[in-house]
Design a protein around this ligand. Structure first.
Ligand code: AHR
Length: 510
C-alpha cells in the first residue's frame, strides 16, 4: 500500500502537477508578417547535392526536364520553397560563374577544392540553376565570389543575370539562349568571410563589402538585396563591426550561420545516437533563440528602423558522415531528432519574424540536414521535409506573438524547455499553431488561452515515431510521415493539447 502511494506520488510529481500554459491574441495590435523567405533552402556544389541530387543531365534515364530531376521538382513545389541559395557555401568563394555558361562541352573542368577534391565539370551553371528555380517556382539567392573573385566579376554577374538593355553581359546572356533577364533579387557578398571565404577580419571584410556592393548595380528598380557574410554563432563582434562600418543604404541583410553540432571534433552519428547526444543537440538547436536576440539587439542599435534583415542563411544538424561515404560529401541520415531540430528552429524564426526575414536550411538534398535523399533513380523525403511542409502554412502569415510557460525536459544534467510553439493567422483568417515537445519520455499537456477570436474547431497533423532514431530509408520510405492528430480540442477561448513525447504538431484553428 505504502509502495503504491509512493509510486502515485512519484507519478504525480512527473505528470499531475505539470502544466504548460500559453496564450495569444488572434488580433494583435501591431501585426508582424512572417516572411515566407524564412523557409528557404540551400544548394551547394557539395557531394551529391547538385549532381545526382538536383541534376542528372538531360541524357539520364531518370525522368528530367533539361537535366533537372522531375521527382525533386515536384517534391520541392509541394514544399513551397520560397528561395534557394546557390552555389555555396565555401564553394561560392572558389566559383567563377563564367566557367558555367555557354555550350556544356566547352566549359572548363575544375577541382572542387573544398568538398572532396572531385572534378567539377561545370555542367550545372547559371542558366541551369536559374531556369531550375523557375521550374520549382522559387526565388534564387546567388552567393557571389568575394574570396577569390574580383569586383568586376561579381558586377558582371549581376549585369548578366539582371540587365534587360544592351550591354556586354546581357548580349552574352542572349547569345547563350536567354532573352529576358531573370531579375534576381537576393545576392550574397561572399560567404563565411571569417573562414573559408578568406579568413578576413571583420574590419577588413566591412571595407571589402562596401567596395563590392557599390559596384553591384541595381538593375531591378531598387529591388536588389545585398547580403553581407555574417557571424558564426556567437561572434557578436562580427555583427557589431559590420553594422557600425557599412552604410545602411548598401546593406539589405546581415547573415548568421549556426549549426546544431554537439562538438566539432566529435559530432557523433546521425542515426545511432543515445539520449546524451540528443539532449546536447537540442541544446545547440535552442541556442538559436539567444543568438537571434543578441545579434538583433546589436542590429537595433545601428538600425533602429529595422531596415536590415537578419538572414540565417545556414542552419541545421551536422553529424558524422554515414559510414563508408566520402567524408568530403557530408552525407548523413535524417531522423526524428532532425524533425525536432526543424520544429523548434522554425518556431524560433517565426517568433523573431520582425528581424529574421530570411533563412536557409543546410542543405536541400543529400547533404547535412537534407529534406530529400536520392539514390540513383530513387528519391525519399526525410522527417525534416515533412516538418517544413507542415509549417509552410506560416509563410507570409501574420505572427501571433505567444506567451508560453513550459515544463522542463531534464536529461544528463541539461535542463531545456520541453515545449516550443509559434502561431500565425493567414490571409483567410485561419490560425495555425505549431507545437513541439522535445521530451523523450513524457507527454506534455498544454492549455492555450485564446483571445481576439471565437474558435469552434481544432484539427491538425503530427510527426512522431516509436523511436527518436527512426528515419526514412529507401527500403522503408514512409516510416516517418505526418498523420492526422486528434489530441487537441477547443472550447470557448481555451485550447487543450496533449503532445506525445518527441513530436511535432501543427494545428488549424477555425
Ligand atoms: O554547409 C556546409 C558548409 O558549412 C558551407 O559550405 C559553409 O558555408 C559552412 O561552413
Amino acid at each position: 500500500m505504502q509502495k503504491f502511494a509512493f509510486s502515485l506520488l512519484l507519478l504525480c510529481s512527473v505528470n499531475c502537477f505539470s502544466q504548460n500554459v500559453a496564450s495569444f491574441n488572434a488580433a494583435p495590435a501591431k501585426p508582424v508578417k512572417i516572411s515566407r523567405h524564412i523557409y528557404g533552402h540551400f544548394a551547394e556544389h557539395l557531394g551529391r547535392c547538385i549532381y545526382g541530387g538536383f541534376y542528372v543531365g538531360d541524357t539520364s534515364k531518370v525522368p528530367n526536364t533539361n537535366g533537372v530531376r522531375n521527382d525533386v521538382v515536384d517534391a520541392l513545389k509541394k514544399l513551397k520553397v520560397p528561395n534557394l541559395r546557390w552555389p555555396g557555401g565555401c564553394f561560392a568563394d572558389t566559383y567563377h560563374w563564367k566557367d558555367g555558361i555557354g555550350p556544356k562541352d566547352k566549359r572548363p573542368a575544375i577541382v572542387n577544392s573544398w568538398w572532396g577534391g572531385v572534378t567539377e565539370d561545370n555542367s550545372f551553371g547559371t542558366h541551369d540553376f536559374l531556369n531550375m528555380c523557375e521550374l520549382i517556382g522559387t526565388e534564387p539567392y546567388l552567393a557571389g565570389n568575394v574570396g577569390s573573385g574580383t569586383v568586376q566579376e561579381l558586377a558582371d554577374w549581376v549585369q548578366y543575370v539582371n540587365f534587360d538593355g544592351k550591354s556586354p553581359m546581357s548580349d552574352l546572356r542572349r547569345n547563350n539562349g536567354r532573352e529576358k533577364s531573370w531579375g534576381v533579387k537576393f545576392w550574397g557578398v561572399g560567404n563565411e568571410a571569417w573562414g573559408c571565404g578568406g579568413n578576413m577580419r571583420p574590419e577588413y571584410y566591412a571595407d571589402v563589402y562596401r567596395k563590392y556592393s557599390t559596384f553591384m548595380s541595381d538593375w531591378t528598380n531598387g529591388n536588389l538585396m545585398r547580403i553581407a557574410s555574417g557571424a558564426s554563432s556567437d561572434d557578436y563582434k562580427w555583427t557589431e563591426t559590420l553594422m557600425k562600418n557599412i552604410p545602411l543604404g548598401l546593406l539589405g541583410g546581415v547573415a548568421l550561420h549556426h549549426y546544431t553540432v554537439i562538438d566539432w571534433s566529435k559530432k557523433g552519428p546521425s542515426v545511432d545516437f543515445l539520449e546524451d547526444h540528443y539532449v546536447k543537440s537540442m541544446k545547440a538547436a535552442l541556442q538559436m533563440d539567444s543568438l537571434i536576440i543578441k545579434h538583433s539587439a546589436i542590429m537595433d542599435k545601428y538600425d533602429p528602423k529595422n531596415r536590415v534583415a537578419l538572414v540565417v542563411d545556414e542552419w541545421g544538424g551536422w553529424y558524422d558522415v554515414e559510414p563508408g561515404t566520402n567524408p568530403g560529401f557530408l552525407f548523413q541520415q535524417n531522423t526524428m531528432r532532425d524533425a525536432m531540430i526543424a520544429g523548434v528552429t522554425l518556431n524560433i524564426f517565426n517568433n523573431h519574424a520582425n528581424r529574421v526575414r530570411m533563412a536557409n536550411l543546410a542543405q536541400a538534398i543529400n547533404v547535412l540536414q537534407a529534406v530529400i535523399l536520392t539514390d540513383g533513380p530513387q528519391m525519399i523525403l526525410t522527417p525534416t521535409y515533412h516538418v517544413m511542409e507542415m509549417y509552410n502554412v506560416h509563410q507570409d502569415a501574420t505572427l501571433l506573438p505567444l506567451k508560453l510557460k513550459t515544463n522542463n525536459y531534464v536529461s544528463e544534467g541539461i535542463k531545456l524547455p520541453a515545449v516550443s510553439a509559434s502561431a500565425s493567422k493567414d490571409s483567410t483568417g485561419t490560425v495555425h499553431v505549431s507545437l513541439v515537445n522535445i521530451d523523450l519520455h513524457k507527454e506534455q499537456k498544454i492549455e492555450v488561452n485564446l483571445t481576439g477570436a471565437n474558435f469552434t474547431s481544432a484539427s491538425g497533423r503530427i510527426i512522431s515515431s516509436p523511436k527518436i532514431n527512426d528515419y526514412n530509408s529507401f527500403d522503408n520510405p514512409s516510416k516517418v510521415q505526418p498523420a492526422a492528430f486528434d489530441g487537441a480540442s477547443v472550447k470557448g477561448n481555451s485550447l487543450s493539447v496533449t503532445l506525445p513525447p518527441f513530436s511535432v504538431v501543427v494545428l488549424t484553428l477555425k
